[in-house]
Design a protein around this ligand. Structure first.
Ligand SMILES: Cc1ncc(COP(=O)(O)O)c(C=O)c1O
Length: 396
């Protein structure tokens, strides 16, 4: 049976992690895998999450299955974060949603739902986009197309080219947009650009598919929801995949949300049933633990405040690391403008250097990141920033 299967090339990020582990250089730097790290290089459990764990341990009385749609308190809390407390679409009962196993699970459920609407759906993704979008959406059977997004030469968004391509979309097409903190480039649309995309969606009739994996890591929880709320409140249909991996630090617990805004409440009810049916056909019901923790945090005022403080601290730290890197590069005499790193948002930036230079960073300086030149900003700290800057100056 299995002899027919072709070998696959290893995942580049996992290969990078293995090479990093084997490297004996005490000054090695890992900017590969996309997890938040603190100044000591650890990915800690947030204090608000640790408190919620204690509460859950005392409160939980059963390990019986939860329902296919997941924890309703979690769903409500997440919808408030994403759509705001006064969302008109929620009041009009137009939002169907299920708790999903991570943002990946949400992306896959929504892709499966789209296939159920039509096998001919085309999903337009940014060039570049997060590598995992391709298997998550493509393996569901949807056709993938790309729209221009980022110019490595100028380290900026190719907004005109993006709009020109999206002008070619047809009704029934789906356009995947990163809600904030674009992965891998860190380059986000401005509010004016979001407004223009909305106008185009209204004109062309495409369906925005918003992937929100870093809410709070850009400019703050509310500010980062600008694009999502704009689309949700002004279009008849929008779909949203959200992740709690980064902003709640719940990576391994697999917590996310798949939400569908439909035209009216009747379609919403049918869509809710369909979402649950899709979930049932893949994994039956989501894991309970992480969703229960988010529910505890978001339904308690003090814990919510504490969590927001922790998200703010992670964001501010990453922002200061961006500034620190640019400053160190200048101090080390780099004659190339890297100030774009400071303007970009969230956990990632493209350094816009060649694959050969990325290789040299690895071979000559034990600095590890993927060939595209995407770096995890959170992997930088006060101890390694000088080494990193010197290495970059040397390979450039
Ligand atoms: C753009 C984007 N979307 C979705 C996800 C999904 O995250 P998870 O499945 O870990 O919640 C990630 C994770 O890295 C991401 O970067």
């Amino acid at each position: 049976m299995f002899e027919v299967l072709p070998p696959l090339s290893p995942d580049p990020i996992l290969g990078l992690s293995a090479a990093f582990k084997e490297d004996t250089n005490p000054d090695k730097i890992d900017l590969g895998v996309g997890v938040y790290k603190d100044e000591q290089g650890n990915t800690p459990i947030l204090t608000s999450v640790a408190k919620a764990q204690k509460i859950l341990l005392e409160q939980e009385t059963s390990k019986a299955y939860i329902s296919p749609q997941g924890n309703q308190g979690f769903i409500d809390g997440m919808l408030s974060l994403l759509l705001g407390e006064t969302s008109q679409v929620r009041m009009a009962n137009r939002v169907a949603a299920v708790q999903a196993p991570g943002g990946c699970g949400a992306l896959r459920i929504l892709s499966e739902l789209l296939v159920r609407c039509s096998e001919k759906v085309r999903v337009w993704v940014s060039d570049p986009t997060w590598a995992n979008h391709i298997p998550l959406i493509g393996s569901a059977g949807l056709q993938l197309e790309t729209y221009p997004y980022f110019d490595k030469e100028t380290a900026s968004i190719r907004f005109d080219a993006m709009m020109e391509t999206l002008r070619k979309t047809e009704k029934g097409d789906v356009v995947l947009l990163h809600g904030c903190c674009h992965n891998p480039t860190g380059a986000d649309l401005t509010r004016d650009q979001w407004d223009a995309v909305l106008e185009l969606a209204q004109e062309r009739g495409f369906l925005p598919f918003l992937d929100v994996a870093y809410l709070g890591f850009g400019d703050g929880l509310d500010a980062d929801a600008y694009g999502v709320r704009l689309m949700a409140e002004n279009l008849p249909e929008v779909i949203i995949a959200a992740s709690c991996s980064k902003n709640f630090g719940l990576y391994r617990e697999r917590v996310g949300l798949a939400a569908v805004i439909s035209n009216n409440s009747q379609t919403r009810d049918i869509t809710q049933g369909q979402l649950q049916y899709v979930a049932r056909g893949i994994y039956s019901m989501p894991p309970s633990y992480g969703g229960a923790l988010v529910d505890i945090i978001l339904s308690d005022e003090a814990l919510t405040k504490e969590w927001i403080g922790e998200v703010d601290a992670m964001r501010n730290r990453m922002q200061s690391l961006r500034s620190m890197l640019v400053e160190k590069l200048n101090e080390n005499g780099l004659d190339r403008d890297f100030s774009f790193v400071e303007q970009q948002k969230g956990m990632f930036s493209f350094l816009c250097i060649s694959p050969q230079q990325v290789q040299a960073m690895r071979d000559e300086h034990s600095v590890y990141f993927v060939d595209s030149s995407r770096v995890n900003i959170a992997g930088i700290n006060k101890q390694n920033v000088d080494t990193l800057a010197k290495a970059l100056v040397s390979v450039l």
